[in-house]
Design a binder for this molecule. Structure first.
Ligand code: GLC
Length: 731
């Protein structure tokens, strides 16, 4: 963490009045704190979010100002950045975010979100990175470093265990110590120790009975105590519920969603308690120190403020950067008979079916929404690339009920709009012409849209389906109820496959969906909300201008009930949710229990092939690093490409329950066709350990371990067994 002159902090603290201090520790606007002009202490300006710098709101109401000066670069989501498995691109994303935030006059960007993707149903999964703490660390740390290069604070969120949206402000989360230490804490600890995040946001939920934003255990014992964090801690907006608790806690700034800023718990109510000597002013001084330290780190105050980096936004470089990230985020899930890439020269007429071909996503999702300078949809990307010489016929394909229709839909009636064997929406009035109710109207519309799409598909040689989810489902404040594709897309896909078995299926979403038709599909491409150039990047992949190199940062189950968290009914409770599955999140469960996923953690195909030639592991427990893993890989295909070499460690003699293997390192390697290269991984004892609750520390025991390398958690190409002779303990 950047060192600063603590004497300046003490000097300013001595000069500040109590009222001035209080003005600095709570919002005096929806996204800013009070300034102390006479001492040259500015207001802290904050802005969301992980996909770009959110538009400006009125200071004291949730109303966008609506000028033309806050259009910005719309970045790929954190899930998309994670899918690149490319730390350089993660750093680049951070740089874009930091420079744009500075350019927009912000001091803190409320990003990245790094909560564990514990269930595919969590509404904010699109904002998060992975199910795996090592991948979270590897992506979050460079994002934070990139942001802070521009004298803007990253604000890693939401600490901790905010992995569902259901009742997010009040749900009490119960997690065992080992799961906290092995799964839920490591991303945050790395964000501090390796990323040097200048700020951190407390989560809305409770952890073990305490609201995270004022939790003595979480912010005191763990964050400030064990981890010795000296950065600034801000609440989530409305995450504080008690003045005394907040004052005594390690929280520094209270933000909320209401407009009576002086009534915030850490505003006048706290002032009165201090003036009446009920609480000590020292409690506030601690907060002021952290706030002033943040300002010094950002060159906002002190003699360095004239050297503060200036930023900019909406530059060509930023747009090219987000295109590069989007390119590497796209995951080729399936490509039988090498159907992809399509050939621009040989195709004359393409049917593009599905509303995600045209849908704009930047303006949704909740606080991560972006007022994008532009957004290239897939349909625009295709037309731009094909340039008018190829006929493109577009059909919406599926009907999206209007808000009014959705609201009038009785929950039971709308269940009739789900699947049935006939492939047509059951409950539809196939036999009756009269449209009597909203569900009949929707079902009738679905039939019309589907028939129109099938007609167009039948007369085109190529069909590209572009569907998936949108921010009606991937959205803050609510969780999905299932993993199914909405709007009867499955029926449409099945019907299209009947007439076009070679069609390409593209899904755009922020979280896995069930794909009951996947065994019949030959070409499936997955893309996240991939930013303003998402349509350009997707088109390049479909037509081979870009060789896909994205890999899944989370497990795609065949069905929701394959997930232990859902088998145990341990997700989405309103008052208390117990993480019964413990450390068995994602592939840690699937691979240990040999459950076949639809597509596994780390999966991603390429238009070329990579061969793993050899691997040598060298162990020297007297040196650091202790283990060197040297391997050679070769691009044996006929096109350039990038390979994500993943390294998993398996404790083959384990004395305790452990996952069959765990990701401990990875490298992305770009290789020209025919090119061979060697690469080296360096491992230490921490790659072999687990958290031992009895000793309250991590431990790596002597014994045999298997080192596995491959293209995914299920595509292990080489493995070696090594032996550790010593026992290692660490915190
Ligand atoms: C929201 C979100 C948080 C966001 C903040 C400000 O409720 O939980 O991620 O940064 O409030 O919009």
């Amino acid at each position: 963490m950047k060192k600063v002159n603590e004497e300046i902090i003490e000097q300013l603290l001595n000069e500040l009045s109590l009222e001035e201090k209080i003005s600095m520790i709570h919002g005096n606007g929806l996204f800013c704190t009070g300034e102390v002009e006479r001492l040259g202490i500015p207001s802290l300006k904050m802005a969301d979010g992980p996909m770009g710098v959110r538009n400006d709101f009125e200071n004291a109401q949730w109303k966008t100002i609506g000028l033309s000066d806050d259009f910005v670069t719309y970045l790929p989501s954190n899930s998309a950045i994670a899918s690149t498995w490319n730390q350089d691109l993660a750093y680049l994303a951070g740089q874009v975010l930091g420079e744009e935030a500075r350019g927009r006059g912000k001091d803190i960007i409320l990003a990245p979100g790094i909560n564990i993707k514990r269930s595919p149903l969590c509404g904010r999964n699109f904002e998060y990175i992975s199910e795996d703490p090592k991948l979270i660390e590897a992506i979050a740390v460079p994002i934070i470093q990139g942001i802070q290069e521009f004298d803007v604070a990253a604000c890693v969120k939401h600490f901790a265990a905010n992995s569902q949206e259901t009742e997010r402000l009040w749900v009490d989360t119960l997690i065992d110590e080992r799961s906290l230490r092995e799964i839920y804490y490591p991303g945050f600890k790395a964000a501090i120790d390796k990323g040097g995040t200048y700020s951190l946001m407390g989560a809305y939920n409770l952890l073990r009975g305490e609201h995270c934003c004022t939790s003595q255990y979480l912010l005191g014992d763990i964050l400030r105590g064990e981890w010795e964090y000296d950065g600034m801690v801000v609440s989530d907006w409305g995450g504080v519920h008690d003045t005394a608790l907040a004052a005594k806690s390690e929280l520094d700034i209270e933000m909320s969603v209401t407009y009576e800023f002086d009534d915030y718990f850490m505003a006048n109510p706290l002032l009165l308690k201090i003036q009446s000597k009920e609480l000590s002013e020292e409690l506030v001084d601690k907060k002021i120190r952290n706030i002033l330290r943040l300002m010094l780190r950002l060159n906002m105050i002190g003699d360095q403020k004239h050297n503060r980096v200036s930023g900019t936004y909406n530059t060509k470089e930023h747009q090219e950067a987000v295109l590069e990230i989007a390119r590497e985020s796209i995951v080729l899930l399936k490509n039988e008979e090498q159907l992809l890439p399509l050939e621009k020269e040989s195709v004359k007429k393409i049917a593009v079916i599905g509303q995600n071909a045209e849908r704009i996503h930047s303006n949704g999702g909740g606080s991560a929404e972006i007022k994008a300078l532009y957004e290239i949809s897939p349909l625009m990307g295709l037309k731009k690339f094909l340039g008018g010489n190829v006929a493109i016929e577009y059909a919406k394909g599926y009907y999206i009920p209007t808000e009014e229709e959705k609201n009038t839909l009785n929950w039971q009636a709308s269940s009739l709009l789900s699947k049935d064997s006939s492939g047509l929406a059951c409950g539809s009035n196939e036999t009756r012409d009269n449209i009597t109710s909203p569900e009949d109207k929707i079902s009738h519309q679905q039939k019309l849209y589907r028939n129109n799409a099938l007609e167009i598909a039948a007369r085109c040689e190529q069909v590209i389906f572009i569907g998936g989810l949108n921010h009606d489902f991937d959205v803050e404040g609510q969780d999905r109820v299932d993993m199914q594709l909405p709007y009867a897309q499955d029926q449409l896909i099945e019907a299209l496959l009947e007439i076009k078995p070679d069609m390409t299926i593209v899904l755009i979403a922020g979280s896995p969906v069930e794909m009951p038709w996947s065994s019949r599909a030959k070409a499936i491409v997955w893309t996240w909300y991939a930013g303003m150039e998402g349509g350009t990047a997707l088109t390049e992949v479909l037509f081979g201008k870009t060789n896909p190199s994205g890999h899944l940062p989370e497990t795609f189950p065949v069905r929701l009930m394959d997930l232990l968290v859902h088998q145990l009914d341990a997700f989405g409770q309103k008052d208390r949710v117990t993480y019964e599955e413990g450390i068995n999140v994602g592939y840690r469960h699937f691979d240990t229990k040999k459950i076949e996923p639809a597509f596994c953690f780390g999966h991603g195909l390429s238009y070329t092939e990579f061969e793993y030639l050899y691997m040598v592991t060298t162990v020297n427990e007297d040196s650091a690093p202790m283990i060197l893993v040297d391997l050679s890989i070769m691009n044996v295909g006929d096109t350039d490409g990038a390979c994500v070499v993943q390294l998993y460690v398996s404790d083959i003699e384990t004395k305790v329950d452990r996952p069959v293997h765990e990701l401990r390192a990875f490298k992305k390697v770009h290789l020209s066709r025919g090119q061979k290269t060697t690469l080296q991984f360096e491992l230490d004892y921490d790659a072999f350990g687990y958290f031992d609750e009895s000793s309250k520390s991590f431990v790596a025991l002597p014994g045999q371990y298997r080192i596995e390398v491959g293209n995914s958690s299920r595509d292990i190409r080489l493995s070696n067994v090594l032996t550790l002779k010593n026992t290692y303990y660490w915190k």
